[in-house]
Design a protein around this ligand. Sequence first.
Ligand code: FE2
Length: 429
Amino acid sequence: MFDLIIRNANLPDGRKGIDIAIRDGRIAAVEANIAAEAGQEIDATGRLATPPFVDPHFHMDATLSLGLPRMNVSGTLMEGIALWGELRPIVTREELVERALRYCDLAVTQGLLHIRSHVDVSDPRLVTVEALLEVRDRVAPYIDLQLVAFPQDGYYRCADAVDSLNRALDMGVDVVGGIPHYERTMSEGAASVEALCRIAADRGLPVDMHCDESDDPMSRHIETLAAQTVRFGLQGRVAGSHLASMHSMDNYYVSTLIPRMVEAGINAIPNPLINILLQGRHDTYPKRRGMTRVRELMDAGINVSFGHDCVMDPWYSMGSGDMLEVGSMAIHVAQMAGIEDKKRIFDALTVNSAKTLGLEGYGLEKGCNGDIVILQAHDVLEALRLKPVRLAVIRRGRVVARTAPRIGELFLEGRPASTDIGLDYIPRY
Ligand code: FE2
């Protein structure tokens, strides 16, 4: 007797017609035609069942604050940072909690059940940290929320950041952040990387830095991050977010850099929506894309996962918590439209991100957490193309969100009309 059986599901690895049984919050069986009963059954009717989406890079303290206290007129990264600096001193804990919880509700309906959020520690009040710690506790039954102590205004450039970052970690923030390309000089950026990696080593914490979010090919803080990772024995526990300057770097230099990233076990987190929108702003034409070298990093064996980064905040007026939108942009910007390429992109939204976050019990194997999302698509390729409805979102064997399938109605004359808008079209590969 199981608590829940999902019948006739297709899996991300291509297996079709599979049943998934869950007992006591964990996956107890994954096989065809499970001959047993369950307290609840869901017929997936040949739709895709996947582990939940994982967002490895987000800013939950800023989300849904679009227009507060004013709009970003230039649409640039720098005006976004300045605008957030205007809002930060006046925002209240209650406002932050309310907006973050609303975003988490949206995330659940999108099958997004694991989020790593940076939390700005530049304001010594640390109201952002207090708010996000409260949110982390409140959403724990349905979302795993990791928090990164992020010195948005610079670890050395902001007078209060050194103290504030340590206090945030004392309060229970999970990960050490940084922003070396925003320090006053390259050398201070490098010094910040060393200091922050030392803190992580001393405290036994992971590292996730905004690193080289710049079009400057000489912004090479990823080099220092890889070196300090090895020096402090942090291999596999360090993430470099954005890495946008790699797009503009000299090819020979990159050919020597990537092996050093491999040696350090760096996790790379590009943010396709934000990078394509905010980078290349000083270019006329041709305009650079500003996203890091995804294919080359993947080919080298580096763990690449994609972040949403922002939704309706000073930097980004778009977004919906849909990681498939992130993946769709990645396909376009990284020019990875082949079938195997798309499968790698889907992995970057799921299993790769889970590895970046160090999640335990993630996956669809027996013994994993009973966390499953059923989509109105037959496979991962269709999911990336259609960004379809999440028909059911299951957390520890319990349905936490349902959305009705999207079915169109046609009112055409002169020929038989289909009520199907193409979601059930299965292309032959
Ligand atoms: Fe970010």
